[in-house]
Design a protein around this ligand. Structure first.
Ligand code: ZN
Length: 56
């Protein structure tokens, strides 16, 4: 399975989805990524620390 290049849906950066990553995701049953590693990290940190609603 060759490496794939994917365009990030968020920042339009082109990133490599390597053969190794494809194998891991296949083993886990995970779909191929749509976000680059940077956007993925931002999104996961947002999920852990959601913006607090303004109370004042
Ligand atoms: Zn991105």
């Amino acid at each position: 399975m060759p490496d794939k290049t994917i365009t990030c849906q968020n920042c339009q950066a082109i990133f490599v989805y390597s053969e190794y990553e494809q194998k891991i995701d296949q083993a886990r049953g995970t779909a191929e990524p749509t976000y680059c590693t940077i956007c993925k990290a931002i999104k996961s940190s947002e999920a852990k620390h959601p913006p607090k609603p303004k109370t004042s």
